[in-house]
Design a binder for this molecule. Structure first.
Ligand SMILES: *[C@@H]1O[C@H](CO)[C@@H](O)[C@H](O)[C@H]1NC(C)=O
Ligand SMILES: *[C@@H]1O[C@H](CO)[C@@H](O)[C@H](O)[C@H]1NC(C)=O
Ligand SMILES: *[C@@H]1O[C@H](CO)[C@@H](O)[C@H](O)[C@H]1NC(C)=O
Ligand SMILES: *[C@@H]1O[C@H](CO)[C@@H](O)[C@H](O)[C@H]1NC(C)=O
Ligand SMILES: *[C@@H]1O[C@H](CO)[C@@H](O)[C@H](O)[C@H]1NC(C)=O
Ligand SMILES: *[C@@H]1O[C@H](CO)[C@@H](O)[C@H](O)[C@H]1NC(C)=O
Ligand SMILES: *[C@@H]1O[C@H](CO)[C@@H](O)[C@H](O)[C@H]1NC(C)=O
Length: 519
């Protein structure tokens, strides 16, 4: 994540003229993924991380279909085989020099980390380095050569149309992001950025950006409203209006994405799509981080997900919705202070949700459940002997209600030990009040927020049980159904917008003298 400060430029300047921007969204090899998606980053500074198999079954249960790794961990890539989960693998910064200076090294890297797994493990992208231009600028000259040599190896393996390759940048490579129409890439970096964009354009690759409205807000408190950072509905007076385009920005993320499009356009690149490789909000912080709360993190991520699935694009490009990778799947307990650093996760390491997202009507991602419900089920890699022993204990001394997994009852099918154990574990877990130790079973059980009910089999704790009255479907079945910029902040003016009969009247309310802040 980008702790490097994110610049933000707020300027509410009314111009009488505005420019209409034309954008030709051209095709790219990125075509495979027409539908925008939400993925998650998986950081591994964790003391007690799940085994690769459990990680994959957890992802599957959570209906997480896209992940990004910071390296090419062979165990995880192996475990992902056959899962259908799309994965972006990472080249750590310390490998760039080797890859950029030798085609052979790059070919070996691709063979070992991509060809060895593809297509059983659905590697869909390679992110080469991480925020190189801002965190290890001395590596900048080697970045493009590394991308090129890896790309050449993908071409040799005929995988270049299947696997995208790019490099994630910190938001701070873009200066003056608001108003977006005045944004531009830091010119000091242009000797690197321009050839890089050429490469992305020629190879049909996306511009990868790590975008954190959280940091924008924290560094511009008082100028950037919290609501705006959290995608909350804004009163018209709080909407940001780009004076050059008259486009209305209801949230900071859209403004940051459009700033990238304008910056690229300044360099005459109009065919590169933005992919948000990191974004998120921390759920806990220290005294200096009062906005790192569960409530804000929940609001940010829930609204972010709804936005992507709602496909509303940005004000500049309503037709193009960037896919995003949430930072991040698990809280990374080993991260050094500030406290927020260890609290970006959607889940605790033990797979309990940090907070429950509000995703009603989304239906394709994560819990899909606003009822604060969790379930306990068997892991995918548990062996059947251990499961049977645990099942016997749970339905016996554990006193779980196992009546529904008896022959002929609604949860008997599929008749296998894993299914029966999941039901029994969940029954036990629910009757124990979902207490901390109630879903342990020596590591063969895990907590999920996805309702494991299937067909007429309703798991204990399912809201289907309480919401829908039990309907007896058929008498033959006894079962029930129911189924950083140094911030230069110029405030020119503030505007008030009132909508009357669908016409926006813009009133200049006050002209605040231009202020120049240099942090
Ligand atoms: C790598 O291969 C490309 C294309 O075959 C070639 O242009 C380039 O000079 C090679 N780079 C190195 C470092 O050998
Ligand atoms: C972009 O294209 C315009 C028109 O072709 C040209 O005048 C301008 O110099 C170009 N800008 C850059 C940065 O190449
Ligand atoms: C679930 O609800 C309980 C009480 O209603 C609350 O104490 C708990 O924090 C909630 N859990 C989550 C993850 O929101
Ligand atoms: C999520 O909720 C929607 C609407 O209630 C429903 O149609 C969809 O099947 C649910 N998805 C899952 C995975 O439960
Ligand atoms: C066990 O579960 C079944 C089905 O949900 C229910 O009808 C029954 O009353 C339960 N038994 C006990 C002892 O709670
Ligand atoms: C009940 O089951 C019988 C036999 O399986 C079937 O013919 C009948 O259509 C079913 N009735 C309903 C209401 O589903
Ligand atoms: C632009 O990039 C250079 C080189 O990394 C850096 O020293 C400078 O501070 C950046 N400019 C701004 C305004 O951030």
């Amino acid at each position: 994540m980008a702790l490097t400060s994110t610049p933000f430029f707020v300027s509410f300047l009314i111009l009488t003229t505005f420019i209409i921007i034309n954008f030709a969204a051209e095709s790219s090899t990125y075509e495979e993924e027409k539908e925008p998606f939400v993925g998650v980053n998986i950081g591994t500074d964790i003391s007690n991380i799940l085994s690769p198999q459990n990680l994959v079954s957890f992802l599957t249960h959570q209906k997480i279909t896209h992940i990004r790794l910071y390296d090419a961990n062979p165990d995880i890539l192996g475990a992902l085989s056959g899962s259908g989960i799309h994965v972006i693998i990472g080249v750590p910064n310390n490998q760039l020099i080797g890859l950029g200076s030798s085609n052979t090294t790059a070919a070996t890297w691709i063979r070992k980390n991509v060809v060895a797994y593809y297509p059983k493990t659905l590697i869909t992208g390679i992110s080469v380095g991480d925020e190189v231009l801002t965190t290890v600028p001395s590596f900048s000259p080697i970045l493009l050569p590394a991308l090129q040599s890896l790309y050449n190896s993908l071409v040799s393996s005929n995988l270049h149309k299947k696997i995208i390759i790019s490099t994630p940048h910190a938001a701070s490579v873009i200066l003056n992001p608001f108003p977006p129409s005045q944004a531009f890439f830091n010119q000091t970096l242009s000797s690197v950025i321009t050839p890089l964009l050429n490469f992305l354009s020629e190879t049909g690759s996306p511009l990868m950006l790590n975008l954190y409205p959280y940091y924008v807000f924290m560094q511009n408190k008082g100028f950037v409203p919290l609501e705006n950072s959290l995608f909350k509905p804004l009163s018209p007076s709080k909407e940001m209006v780009d004076p050059n385009t008259l486009l209305h920005y209801t949230n900071v993320l859209d403004a940051m994405i459009d700033a990238a499009y304008f910056s690229m356009k300044n360099l005459n690149f109009t065919d590169i799509v933005v992919l948000v490789t990191e974004t998120g909000w921390p759920s806990k912080g220290d005294l200096k981080e009062p906005y790192a709360t569960k409530e804000n993190a929940d609001t940010y991520n829930s609204n972010l997900i709804k936005r992507v699935f709602g496909r509303s694009g940005t004000p500049l490009h309503p037709e193009t919705t960037s896919s995003v990778y949430i930072y991040e799947l698990f809280n990374e307990d080993l991260r050094s202070p500030p406290v927020s650093e260890a609290n970006w996760g959607l889940f605790y390491v033990n797979t309990t949700p940090t907070y429950l997202l509000h995703l009603s009507e989304i239906g394709t991602f994560l819990a899909n459940d606003t009822t604060n419900q969790t379930y306990c089920i068997a892991t995918d890699d548990a062996d059947s002997k251990t499961l049977q022993a645990a099942l016997d204990w749970t339905c016996g001394p554990g006193r779980a209600n196992c009546s529904e997994i008896q022959p002929g009852e609604s949860c008997y099918q599929p008749n296998n030990v894993k299914n029966h154990a999941s039901y029994a574990f969940d029954s036990y877990y629910q009757t124990q009040g979902k207490g901390p130790g109630a879903c342990d079973f020596k590591g063969i059980a895990m907590i999920t927020t996805s309702d494991p009910s299937h067909r007429s089999c309703i798991f204990p704790g399912s809201k289907q049980l309480t919401k829908q009255t039990k309907q007896v479907v058929n008498s033959t079945q006894s079962s029930n159904a129911g189924e950083k910029l140094r911030l230069r902040l110029r405030i020119f003016s503030s505007i008030k917008i009132s909508a009357i009969s669908n016409i926006l009247h813009i009133h200049l309310v006050a002209v605040v003298p231009s202020i120049l802040f240099v942090l």
